[in-house]
Design a protein around this ligand. Sequence first.
Ligand code: ADP
Length: 479
Amino acid sequence: MLRYLDGPGQESDPDRHDDDLIPQPDPSEVDDLDFGPAVDGDEPLDAVRVGDQDDQTDMLKQKIVGLEHRIGYLERIVKVSQMLNSTLSLEPLLQIIVQSATELTNTEACSIMLIDRNTGELRFAEASGGVSSALRKISIPMDKSIAGYVIRKNKPILIRDAKNDPRWHGDVDTTLDFQTQSILGVPLRVRDRVIGVLEVINKTTSEGFNEDDIQITTTLGLQAAIAIENARLLDELQQAYRDLSQVDQLKNDFVSIASHELRTPLAVILGYATFLKDNVKGEASEQLDIVLSSAIKLRALIDDMVNLRHIQTDGVQLERSIFSLKSLVNDVTKEFSQIIATKKLILTTKFSPEDSLLNIDGDRQKVYLIVANLVSNAIKFTPEGGRIHVSVHFNDHKYTLSVIDTGIGIPKAEYDRIFDQFYQVEPPLTRKYQGMGLGLSIAKGMVQVHRGRIWVESVVGKGSKFVVVLPSAPDVRDE
Ligand code: ADP
Protein backbone atom coordinates (compact mmCIF):
# COMPACT_ATOMS: atom_id res chain seq x y z
CA MET A 1 0.00 0.00 0.00
CA LEU A 2 2.78 2.45 0.85
CA ARG A 3 3.86 2.98 -2.71
CA TYR A 4 5.08 6.52 -2.04
CA LEU A 5 7.90 5.35 0.17
CA ASP A 6 11.47 5.24 -1.01
CA GLY A 7 13.92 2.51 -0.26
CA PRO A 8 16.64 2.77 2.38
CA GLY A 9 18.97 4.38 -0.17
CA GLN A 10 17.30 7.72 0.51
CA GLU A 11 18.02 7.66 4.24
CA SER A 12 21.02 9.96 4.04
CA ASP A 13 19.21 12.69 2.09
CA PRO A 14 19.92 15.94 3.96
CA ASP A 15 16.73 17.47 2.57
CA ARG A 16 14.68 14.76 4.13
CA HIS A 17 11.85 15.40 6.61
CA ASP A 18 10.00 12.93 8.75
CA ASP A 19 6.57 13.70 7.45
CA ASP A 20 7.49 13.49 3.79
CA LEU A 21 5.73 10.77 1.98
CA ILE A 22 8.86 10.48 0.00
CA PRO A 23 11.55 8.97 2.09
CA GLN A 24 10.49 6.46 4.69
CA PRO A 25 7.82 8.03 6.90
CA ASP A 26 7.47 7.27 10.53
CA PRO A 27 5.72 3.86 10.62
CA SER A 28 3.61 4.91 13.57
CA GLU A 29 2.36 7.86 11.54
CA VAL A 30 1.46 5.57 8.67
CA ASP A 31 -0.38 3.26 11.05
CA ASP A 32 -2.40 6.21 12.23
CA LEU A 33 -3.79 6.80 8.78
CA ASP A 34 -7.21 5.39 8.24
CA PHE A 35 -7.02 3.78 4.85
CA GLY A 36 -10.59 2.57 4.92
CA PRO A 37 -11.47 -0.98 4.04
CA ALA A 38 -8.78 -2.34 1.80
CA VAL A 39 -9.30 -4.18 -1.44
CA ASP A 40 -5.97 -4.58 -3.19
CA GLY A 41 -3.71 -7.26 -1.79
CA ASP A 42 -6.28 -8.58 0.69
CA GLU A 43 -6.95 -12.26 1.01
CA PRO A 44 -9.16 -13.57 -1.81
CA LEU A 45 -12.79 -14.13 -0.91
CA ASP A 46 -12.65 -17.88 -1.45
CA ALA A 47 -9.74 -18.15 0.98
CA VAL A 48 -11.94 -17.29 3.93
CA ARG A 49 -11.98 -20.30 6.14
CA VAL A 50 -15.32 -21.96 6.91
CA GLY A 51 -16.03 -21.08 10.50
CA ASP A 52 -18.23 -18.72 12.29
CA GLN A 53 -21.02 -17.71 9.90
CA ASP A 54 -21.39 -14.23 11.42
CA ASP A 55 -17.67 -13.48 11.03
CA GLN A 56 -17.82 -14.42 7.38
CA THR A 57 -20.89 -12.26 6.79
CA ASP A 58 -19.19 -9.32 8.52
CA MET A 59 -16.07 -9.73 6.43
CA LEU A 60 -18.09 -9.88 3.24
CA LYS A 61 -20.04 -6.79 4.25
CA GLN A 62 -16.81 -4.98 4.93
CA LYS A 63 -15.44 -5.99 1.55
CA ILE A 64 -18.61 -4.83 -0.16
CA VAL A 65 -18.43 -1.48 1.61
CA GLY A 66 -14.79 -1.22 0.60
CA LEU A 67 -15.60 -2.03 -3.02
CA GLU A 68 -18.47 0.49 -3.08
CA HIS A 69 -16.12 3.06 -1.64
CA ARG A 70 -13.56 2.37 -4.38
CA ILE A 71 -16.18 2.41 -7.13
CA GLY A 72 -17.47 5.76 -5.86
CA TYR A 73 -13.95 7.12 -5.90
CA LEU A 74 -13.26 5.78 -9.37
CA GLU A 75 -16.54 7.21 -10.66
CA ARG A 76 -15.60 10.63 -9.38
CA ILE A 77 -12.14 10.40 -10.92
CA VAL A 78 -13.64 9.36 -14.28
CA LYS A 79 -16.07 12.31 -14.16
CA VAL A 80 -13.25 14.73 -13.44
CA SER A 81 -11.19 13.18 -16.18
CA GLN A 82 -14.07 13.66 -18.63
CA MET A 83 -14.36 17.29 -17.57
CA LEU A 84 -10.63 17.82 -18.01
CA ASN A 85 -10.80 16.33 -21.47
CA SER A 86 -13.74 18.48 -22.45
CA THR A 87 -11.92 21.80 -22.29
CA LEU A 88 -8.73 23.02 -23.88
CA SER A 89 -8.93 26.48 -22.42
CA LEU A 90 -6.40 26.91 -19.63
CA GLU A 91 -8.35 29.07 -17.19
CA PRO A 92 -11.56 27.00 -16.92
CA LEU A 93 -9.42 23.87 -16.88
CA LEU A 94 -7.47 25.05 -13.83
CA GLN A 95 -10.72 26.00 -12.11
CA ILE A 96 -12.11 22.49 -12.67
CA ILE A 97 -8.94 20.94 -11.24
CA VAL A 98 -8.98 23.15 -8.13
CA GLN A 99 -12.66 22.57 -7.50
CA SER A 100 -12.45 18.81 -8.07
CA ALA A 101 -9.39 18.45 -5.86
CA THR A 102 -11.03 20.15 -2.88
CA GLU A 103 -14.26 18.20 -3.33
CA LEU A 104 -12.57 14.82 -3.76
CA THR A 105 -10.23 15.26 -0.81
CA ASN A 106 -12.57 17.18 1.52
CA THR A 107 -10.17 20.04 1.96
CA GLU A 108 -10.58 23.75 2.58
CA ALA A 109 -8.54 24.92 -0.37
CA CYS A 110 -6.45 23.94 -3.31
CA SER A 111 -3.86 25.74 -5.36
CA ILE A 112 -1.97 25.12 -8.56
CA MET A 113 1.46 26.62 -9.07
CA LEU A 114 3.12 26.42 -12.45
CA ILE A 115 6.69 27.02 -13.51
CA ASP A 116 6.94 29.97 -15.88
CA ARG A 117 8.67 28.58 -18.95
CA ASN A 118 10.37 31.86 -19.74
CA THR A 119 11.59 32.93 -16.31
CA GLY A 120 11.70 29.56 -14.52
CA GLU A 121 9.78 31.15 -11.60
CA LEU A 122 7.10 29.28 -9.71
CA ARG A 123 3.84 31.23 -9.61
CA PHE A 124 0.19 30.73 -8.70
CA ALA A 125 -1.90 29.76 -11.71
CA GLU A 126 -5.13 29.00 -9.85
CA ALA A 127 -6.39 28.75 -6.28
CA SER A 128 -9.68 28.28 -4.44
CA GLY A 129 -11.33 31.68 -4.46
CA GLY A 130 -9.36 32.76 -7.54
CA VAL A 131 -5.95 34.27 -8.01
CA SER A 132 -5.86 37.92 -6.98
CA SER A 133 -3.33 40.24 -8.56
CA ALA A 134 -1.43 40.26 -5.24
CA LEU A 135 -1.24 36.45 -5.28
CA ARG A 136 -0.19 36.44 -8.91
CA LYS A 137 2.73 38.70 -8.07
CA ILE A 138 4.21 36.27 -5.56
CA SER A 139 7.14 34.27 -6.87
CA ILE A 140 7.46 31.16 -4.73
CA PRO A 141 11.10 30.41 -3.92
CA MET A 142 12.12 26.99 -5.20
CA ASP A 143 14.63 26.47 -2.41
CA LYS A 144 12.50 27.64 0.48
CA SER A 145 8.95 26.48 0.00
CA ILE A 146 7.01 23.26 0.27
CA ALA A 147 5.94 23.58 -3.39
CA GLY A 148 9.55 24.08 -4.43
CA TYR A 149 10.49 21.00 -2.45
CA VAL A 150 7.88 18.91 -4.27
CA ILE A 151 9.25 20.08 -7.59
CA ARG A 152 12.89 19.49 -6.68
CA LYS A 153 12.16 16.02 -5.33
CA ASN A 154 9.55 15.27 -7.97
CA LYS A 155 7.48 13.38 -5.38
CA PRO A 156 4.34 13.90 -3.31
CA ILE A 157 4.59 15.29 0.21
CA LEU A 158 2.29 15.37 3.21
CA ILE A 159 2.89 17.98 5.89
CA ARG A 160 0.67 17.84 8.94
CA ASP A 161 1.90 20.97 10.63
CA ALA A 162 2.90 23.37 7.92
CA LYS A 163 3.62 26.37 10.14
CA ASN A 164 6.36 24.53 12.01
CA ASP A 165 7.97 23.17 8.90
CA PRO A 166 11.29 24.81 7.95
CA ARG A 167 10.25 24.80 4.29
CA TRP A 168 7.09 26.78 5.04
CA HIS A 169 6.78 29.99 3.01
CA GLY A 170 4.33 32.18 4.94
CA ASP A 171 3.91 35.01 2.42
CA VAL A 172 0.90 33.38 0.84
CA ASP A 173 -1.06 33.06 4.08
CA THR A 174 -0.32 36.68 4.88
CA THR A 175 -1.46 37.82 1.42
CA LEU A 176 -4.62 35.73 1.54
CA ASP A 177 -5.32 36.14 5.24
CA PHE A 178 -5.51 32.35 5.45
CA GLN A 179 -4.38 29.82 8.06
CA THR A 180 -2.61 26.82 6.57
CA GLN A 181 -2.38 23.77 8.81
CA SER A 182 -1.81 20.69 6.72
CA ILE A 183 -0.71 20.36 3.10
CA LEU A 184 -0.73 17.52 0.65
CA GLY A 185 1.27 18.42 -2.45
CA VAL A 186 1.89 16.44 -5.63
CA PRO A 187 4.10 17.30 -8.59
CA LEU A 188 2.44 18.02 -11.92
CA ARG A 189 4.42 15.85 -14.26
CA VAL A 190 4.40 15.60 -18.03
CA ARG A 191 6.55 12.68 -19.08
CA ASP A 192 9.79 13.23 -17.13
CA ARG A 193 9.29 16.97 -16.72
CA VAL A 194 7.73 18.68 -13.69
CA ILE A 195 5.62 21.65 -14.77
CA GLY A 196 4.22 22.65 -11.37
CA VAL A 197 2.58 21.58 -8.13
CA LEU A 198 -0.95 20.79 -7.02
CA GLU A 199 -1.59 21.36 -3.31
CA VAL A 200 -4.66 20.57 -1.26
CA ILE A 201 -4.77 22.38 2.07
CA ASN A 202 -6.42 21.71 5.45
CA LYS A 203 -8.42 18.51 5.55
CA THR A 204 -11.90 19.34 6.84
CA THR A 205 -12.48 15.98 8.51
CA SER A 206 -10.92 15.29 11.88
CA GLU A 207 -8.84 12.25 10.95
CA GLY A 208 -6.56 14.20 8.60
CA PHE A 209 -5.21 13.19 5.19
CA ASN A 210 -5.35 9.49 4.40
CA GLU A 211 -4.14 7.10 1.71
CA ASP A 212 -7.18 7.80 -0.47
CA ASP A 213 -6.36 11.51 -0.52
CA ILE A 214 -2.84 10.74 -1.66
CA GLN A 215 -4.14 8.49 -4.41
CA ILE A 216 -6.79 10.96 -5.52
CA THR A 217 -4.41 13.91 -5.60
CA THR A 218 -1.75 11.93 -7.42
CA THR A 219 -4.21 10.65 -10.06
CA LEU A 220 -5.70 14.10 -10.45
CA GLY A 221 -2.22 15.59 -10.68
CA LEU A 222 -1.27 13.22 -13.48
CA GLN A 223 -4.35 14.01 -15.54
CA ALA A 224 -4.24 17.70 -14.73
CA ALA A 225 -0.62 18.00 -15.83
CA ILE A 226 -1.38 16.55 -19.27
CA ALA A 227 -4.49 18.69 -19.67
CA ILE A 228 -2.59 21.82 -18.58
CA GLU A 229 0.27 21.07 -20.98
CA ASN A 230 -2.16 20.54 -23.87
CA ALA A 231 -3.99 23.77 -23.09
CA ARG A 232 -0.70 25.65 -22.86
CA LEU A 233 0.47 24.21 -26.18
CA LEU A 234 -2.81 25.22 -27.78
CA ASP A 235 -2.43 28.73 -26.31
CA GLU A 236 1.07 28.97 -27.75
CA LEU A 237 -0.09 27.70 -31.11
CA GLN A 238 -2.92 30.22 -31.21
CA GLN A 239 -0.55 33.01 -30.24
CA ALA A 240 1.93 31.94 -32.92
CA TYR A 241 -0.91 31.90 -35.44
CA ARG A 242 -1.97 35.41 -34.39
CA ASP A 243 1.64 36.64 -34.72
CA LEU A 244 1.93 35.03 -38.11
CA SER A 245 -1.33 36.58 -39.31
CA GLN A 246 -0.07 39.95 -38.16
CA VAL A 247 3.18 39.53 -40.08
CA ASP A 248 1.21 38.33 -43.09
CA GLN A 249 -1.01 41.38 -42.89
CA LEU A 250 2.07 43.63 -42.72
CA LYS A 251 3.48 41.90 -45.79
CA ASN A 252 0.19 42.32 -47.65
CA ASP A 253 0.03 45.99 -46.73
CA PHE A 254 3.60 46.47 -47.85
CA VAL A 255 3.01 44.70 -51.18
CA SER A 256 -0.14 46.70 -51.71
CA ILE A 257 1.50 50.08 -50.99
CA ALA A 258 4.71 49.26 -52.86
CA SER A 259 2.92 48.06 -55.99
CA HIS A 260 0.68 51.10 -55.99
CA GLU A 261 3.61 53.50 -55.53
CA LEU A 262 5.64 51.80 -58.27
CA ARG A 263 2.87 51.76 -60.81
CA THR A 264 2.47 55.52 -61.17
CA PRO A 265 6.08 56.45 -62.04
CA LEU A 266 6.31 53.38 -64.26
CA ALA A 267 3.28 54.49 -66.26
CA VAL A 268 5.06 57.84 -66.81
CA ILE A 269 8.26 56.07 -67.99
CA LEU A 270 6.28 53.84 -70.36
CA GLY A 271 4.33 56.79 -71.72
CA TYR A 272 7.39 58.95 -72.43
CA ALA A 273 9.43 56.06 -73.83
CA THR A 274 6.64 55.13 -76.25
CA PHE A 275 6.22 58.77 -77.29
CA LEU A 276 9.98 59.22 -77.82
CA LYS A 277 10.29 55.96 -79.74
CA ASP A 278 7.73 57.20 -82.24
CA ASN A 279 9.81 60.32 -82.77
CA VAL A 280 13.41 59.10 -82.93
CA LYS A 281 15.30 56.85 -85.28
CA GLY A 282 18.55 54.90 -85.39
CA GLU A 283 20.58 53.98 -82.31
CA ALA A 284 18.42 56.04 -79.99
CA SER A 285 15.38 54.05 -81.11
CA GLU A 286 17.13 50.76 -80.25
CA GLN A 287 18.05 52.09 -76.83
CA LEU A 288 14.46 53.12 -76.29
CA ASP A 289 13.39 49.58 -77.19
CA ILE A 290 15.51 48.34 -74.30
CA VAL A 291 13.99 50.93 -71.95
CA LEU A 292 10.52 49.93 -73.08
CA SER A 293 11.03 46.19 -72.74
CA SER A 294 12.58 46.63 -69.27
CA ALA A 295 9.68 48.83 -68.21
CA ILE A 296 7.22 46.25 -69.52
CA LYS A 297 8.98 43.50 -67.51
CA LEU A 298 8.80 45.69 -64.45
CA ARG A 299 5.09 46.24 -65.03
CA ALA A 300 4.55 42.47 -65.26
CA LEU A 301 6.28 42.03 -61.89
CA ILE A 302 4.17 44.74 -60.30
CA ASP A 303 1.04 43.20 -61.81
CA ASP A 304 2.01 39.90 -60.19
CA MET A 305 2.28 41.62 -56.83
CA VAL A 306 -1.12 43.24 -57.26
CA ASN A 307 -2.73 39.99 -58.40
CA LEU A 308 -1.25 38.11 -55.48
CA ARG A 309 -2.84 40.58 -53.11
CA HIS A 310 -6.19 39.87 -54.75
CA ILE A 311 -6.06 36.14 -54.17
CA GLN A 312 -4.89 36.62 -50.59
CA THR A 313 -7.91 38.68 -49.76
CA ASP A 314 -10.56 36.25 -48.65
CA GLY A 315 -13.65 35.84 -50.77
CA VAL A 316 -12.30 36.96 -54.14
CA GLN A 317 -15.19 38.24 -56.21
CA LEU A 318 -15.63 36.70 -59.63
CA GLU A 319 -16.89 38.99 -62.36
CA ARG A 320 -18.63 36.34 -64.35
CA SER A 321 -19.53 36.39 -68.00
CA ILE A 322 -19.75 33.85 -70.79
CA PHE A 323 -16.63 34.05 -72.93
CA SER A 324 -14.77 31.93 -75.48
CA LEU A 325 -11.73 30.06 -74.16
CA LYS A 326 -10.58 29.67 -77.73
CA SER A 327 -10.35 33.40 -78.32
CA LEU A 328 -8.78 33.91 -74.89
CA VAL A 329 -5.98 31.47 -75.71
CA ASN A 330 -5.48 33.20 -79.05
CA ASP A 331 -5.27 36.59 -77.31
CA VAL A 332 -2.62 35.26 -74.92
CA THR A 333 -0.50 33.80 -77.73
CA LYS A 334 -0.81 37.11 -79.59
CA GLU A 335 0.41 39.01 -76.53
CA PHE A 336 3.57 36.88 -76.42
CA SER A 337 4.09 36.59 -80.19
CA GLN A 338 7.05 38.96 -80.25
CA ILE A 339 9.07 37.18 -77.58
CA ILE A 340 8.12 33.80 -79.10
CA ALA A 341 9.57 34.99 -82.40
CA THR A 342 12.70 36.43 -80.74
CA LYS A 343 13.37 33.11 -79.01
CA LYS A 344 12.62 31.21 -82.22
CA LEU A 345 10.04 29.07 -80.41
CA ILE A 346 7.28 27.23 -82.19
CA LEU A 347 3.91 27.65 -80.56
CA THR A 348 0.96 25.55 -81.66
CA THR A 349 -2.63 25.38 -80.41
CA LYS A 350 -5.37 22.77 -80.60
CA PHE A 351 -9.03 23.10 -79.64
CA SER A 352 -11.56 20.32 -79.39
CA PRO A 353 -14.28 20.10 -80.43
CA GLU A 354 -12.66 22.00 -83.27
CA ASP A 355 -15.72 23.87 -84.42
CA SER A 356 -16.69 25.10 -80.93
CA LEU A 357 -15.92 28.50 -79.40
CA LEU A 358 -15.47 26.67 -76.13
CA ASN A 359 -17.65 29.12 -74.21
CA ILE A 360 -17.19 29.10 -70.47
CA ASP A 361 -18.96 30.87 -67.62
CA GLY A 362 -16.22 32.54 -65.56
CA ASP A 363 -14.13 35.60 -64.87
CA ARG A 364 -12.28 36.33 -68.13
CA GLN A 365 -9.59 38.50 -66.58
CA LYS A 366 -8.71 35.84 -64.04
CA VAL A 367 -8.73 32.98 -66.56
CA TYR A 368 -6.54 35.14 -68.77
CA LEU A 369 -4.03 35.43 -65.90
CA ILE A 370 -3.96 31.63 -65.54
CA VAL A 371 -3.21 31.02 -69.22
CA ALA A 372 -0.84 33.99 -69.53
CA ASN A 373 1.22 32.86 -66.52
CA LEU A 374 1.51 29.30 -67.86
CA VAL A 375 2.43 30.40 -71.36
CA SER A 376 4.88 33.01 -70.06
CA ASN A 377 6.61 30.32 -67.94
CA ALA A 378 6.70 27.92 -70.89
CA ILE A 379 8.42 30.63 -72.94
CA LYS A 380 10.81 31.53 -70.12
CA PHE A 381 11.90 27.98 -69.29
CA THR A 382 12.18 26.68 -72.87
CA PRO A 383 15.49 27.22 -74.64
CA GLU A 384 15.67 28.80 -78.07
CA GLY A 385 14.21 26.72 -80.86
CA GLY A 386 11.96 24.76 -78.50
CA ARG A 387 8.23 24.01 -78.85
CA ILE A 388 5.15 25.02 -76.87
CA HIS A 389 1.73 23.51 -77.36
CA VAL A 390 -1.48 24.94 -75.86
CA SER A 391 -4.67 22.89 -76.06
CA VAL A 392 -8.22 23.17 -74.73
CA HIS A 393 -10.50 20.19 -74.64
CA PHE A 394 -14.15 20.11 -73.53
CA ASN A 395 -15.60 16.96 -72.07
CA ASP A 396 -18.11 16.03 -69.36
CA HIS A 397 -18.92 19.65 -68.36
CA LYS A 398 -15.23 20.42 -67.91
CA TYR A 399 -12.53 22.22 -69.84
CA THR A 400 -9.06 20.77 -69.78
CA LEU A 401 -6.38 23.26 -70.71
CA SER A 402 -2.79 22.08 -71.18
CA VAL A 403 0.38 24.05 -71.74
CA ILE A 404 3.19 21.73 -72.84
CA ASP A 405 6.76 22.80 -73.45
CA THR A 406 10.08 21.21 -74.36
CA GLY A 407 11.89 23.21 -71.69
CA ILE A 408 14.16 22.47 -68.74
CA GLY A 409 11.56 20.44 -66.84
CA ILE A 410 10.80 20.30 -63.10
CA PRO A 411 11.99 17.63 -60.63
CA LYS A 412 9.14 15.57 -59.18
CA ALA A 413 10.00 16.66 -55.64
CA GLU A 414 9.13 20.24 -56.60
CA TYR A 415 5.71 19.57 -58.15
CA ASP A 416 3.79 20.93 -55.12
CA ARG A 417 6.15 23.63 -53.97
CA ILE A 418 6.32 25.51 -57.27
CA PHE A 419 2.73 26.57 -56.59
CA ASP A 420 3.80 28.24 -53.31
CA GLN A 421 4.30 31.98 -53.24
CA PHE A 422 7.84 33.17 -54.01
CA TYR A 423 9.06 29.61 -54.59
CA GLN A 424 11.46 28.99 -57.43
CA VAL A 425 13.29 25.79 -58.23
CA GLU A 426 16.46 27.69 -59.04
CA PRO A 427 18.48 28.83 -56.02
CA PRO A 428 18.01 32.63 -55.66
CA LEU A 429 21.73 33.50 -55.76
CA THR A 430 22.53 31.69 -58.99
CA ARG A 431 19.29 32.36 -60.80
CA LYS A 432 19.35 32.87 -64.52
CA TYR A 433 15.61 33.21 -65.08
CA GLN A 434 13.75 36.36 -64.12
CA GLY A 435 10.62 36.43 -62.02
CA MET A 436 9.47 36.55 -58.43
CA GLY A 437 8.04 33.07 -58.02
CA LEU A 438 4.48 34.39 -57.96
CA GLY A 439 3.05 33.36 -61.34
CA LEU A 440 2.01 29.82 -60.42
CA SER A 441 0.61 30.75 -57.01
CA ILE A 442 -1.52 33.38 -58.72
CA ALA A 443 -2.59 30.87 -61.38
CA LYS A 444 -3.46 28.34 -58.67
CA GLY A 445 -5.46 30.96 -56.73
CA MET A 446 -7.42 31.90 -59.84
CA VAL A 447 -8.09 28.24 -60.66
CA GLN A 448 -9.33 27.62 -57.13
CA VAL A 449 -11.76 30.52 -57.15
CA HIS A 450 -13.22 28.91 -60.28
CA ARG A 451 -13.47 25.62 -58.34
CA GLY A 452 -11.03 23.93 -60.67
CA ARG A 453 -7.70 22.09 -60.35
CA ILE A 454 -4.17 22.66 -61.57
CA TRP A 455 -1.16 20.32 -61.60
CA VAL A 456 2.09 19.63 -63.38
CA GLU A 457 3.72 16.61 -64.99
CA SER A 458 7.30 16.92 -66.11
CA VAL A 459 10.54 15.22 -67.09
CA VAL A 460 13.74 17.06 -66.20
CA GLY A 461 15.62 18.08 -69.34
CA LYS A 462 12.70 17.18 -71.59
CA GLY A 463 9.83 19.48 -70.74
CA SER A 464 6.73 20.15 -68.65
CA LYS A 465 3.00 19.86 -68.99
CA PHE A 466 0.75 22.10 -66.88
CA VAL A 467 -2.87 21.00 -66.77
CA VAL A 468 -5.83 23.12 -65.67
CA VAL A 469 -9.32 21.70 -65.33
CA LEU A 470 -12.13 24.25 -65.10
CA PRO A 471 -15.82 23.50 -64.66
CA SER A 472 -17.95 24.83 -67.49
CA ALA A 473 -20.34 26.68 -65.15
CA PRO A 474 -20.38 27.82 -61.49
CA ASP A 475 -22.66 25.00 -60.32
CA VAL A 476 -20.24 22.36 -61.61
CA ARG A 477 -17.34 21.40 -59.39
CA ASP A 478 -14.26 19.55 -60.55
CA GLU A 479 -13.21 17.01 -57.89
P1 ADP B 1 8.51 32.61 -61.63
O1 ADP B 1 8.26 32.10 -63.03
O2 ADP B 1 8.28 34.05 -61.50
O3 ADP B 1 9.82 32.18 -61.08
P2 ADP B 1 6.28 30.89 -60.95
O4 ADP B 1 5.46 30.85 -59.73
O5 ADP B 1 5.56 31.14 -62.21
O6 ADP B 1 7.40 31.95 -60.69
O7 ADP B 1 7.06 29.53 -61.09
C1 ADP B 1 7.73 29.01 -59.96
C2 ADP B 1 8.88 28.14 -60.39
O8 ADP B 1 8.40 26.97 -61.03
C3 ADP B 1 9.79 28.78 -61.41
O9 ADP B 1 10.74 29.63 -60.83
C4 ADP B 1 10.43 27.54 -62.03
O10 ADP B 1 11.46 27.07 -61.20
C5 ADP B 1 9.30 26.54 -62.02
N1 ADP B 1 8.56 26.53 -63.31
C6 ADP B 1 7.37 27.07 -63.59
N2 ADP B 1 6.98 26.81 -64.84
C7 ADP B 1 7.96 26.08 -65.40
C8 ADP B 1 8.16 25.47 -66.70
N3 ADP B 1 7.27 25.59 -67.67
N4 ADP B 1 9.31 24.78 -66.88
C9 ADP B 1 10.22 24.64 -65.90
N5 ADP B 1 10.09 25.19 -64.68
C10 ADP B 1 8.98 25.89 -64.43
